[in-house]
Design a protein around this ligand. Structure first.
Ligand SMILES: NC(=O)c1ccc[n+]([C@@H]2O[C@H](COP(=O)([O-])OP(=O)(O)OC[C@H]3O[C@@H](n4cnc5c(N)ncnc54)[C@H](O)[C@@H]3O)[C@@H](O)[C@H]2O)c1
Length: 173
């Protein structure tokens, strides 16, 4: 089975999908036949993305999600599983990237970054069971990030899948 064929019908949950790498991943996955639940804090952009994908004949559901909220994460994972009949793949992409000089970064801003990038990713990865499938597309996300015009030039995307109920994760930097 080719990688593209392997994606057909795959049910993917993507965090931080309102723009940048998350949006590009949603478009790529849909193009290859996956269905997606796209989530973000920014619901306006998210709904525009889902409308656009749906108009192109894809299956895309937008759900508001703050990845730092445990109750939000649990509720959204449950809702996503109901909408798609299960979840095969999580792209835990939501994050904050701060490129300021260290002297200019406030403690509050740093704490927020840890909360979103670390705790948020942990909560999503810990979520419900994400049944089997391979994770070859991590490589594609690399290539996608390097192709993406402007915003995504390199990435840190945590991909989590479960094989036989054992979580496997990879962080690409
Ligand atoms: N673009 C790069 O060059 C680069 C480099 C290193 C790491 N990264 C990481 O890759 C990921 C995606 O990068 P990007 O360039 O697409 O960033 P981006 O800012 O375009 O997208 C991140 C998305 O995460 C969402 N988000 C932030 N906090 C959230 C929260 N609490 N709950 C839910 N959603 C939240 C934002 O609304 C935004 O839509 C981020 O984690 C970023 O830190 C990117």
């Amino acid at each position: 089975m080719s990688p593209d064929e392997e994606l057909r019908g795959r049910r993917c949950l993507i965090t931080g999908a309102a723009g940048g790498i998350g949006e590009a991943a949603a478009r790529l996955l849909c193009k290859d036949g996956a269905q997606v639940v796209v989530t973000d804090l920014d619901t306006t952009q998210l709904e525009a993305l889902a409308t656009d994908l749906t108009a192109d004949g894809h299956i895309a559901h937008p759900l508001a999600l703050d990845v730092t909220s445990e109750s939000d994460v649990v509720a959204v994972i449950g809702q996503a599983a109901r909408l798609m009949g299960g979840i095969d793949t999580l792209i835990a992409n939501a994050g904050i990237l701060t490129l300021d000089a260290i002297d200019d970064i406030t403690l509050d801003a740093f704490r927020r970054t840890i909360e979103v990038n670390l705790i948020g990713t942990f909560l999503c990865a810990r979520g419900h069971s994400f049944p089997s499938r391979s994770w070859w597309w991590v490589d594609r996300l690399y290539r996608l990030a390097s192709r993406n015009r402007g915003r995504a030039q390199g990435n840190v995307v945590l991909c989590v899948e479960v094989r036989r109920r054992r979580h496997r994760a990879v962080a690409c930097a």
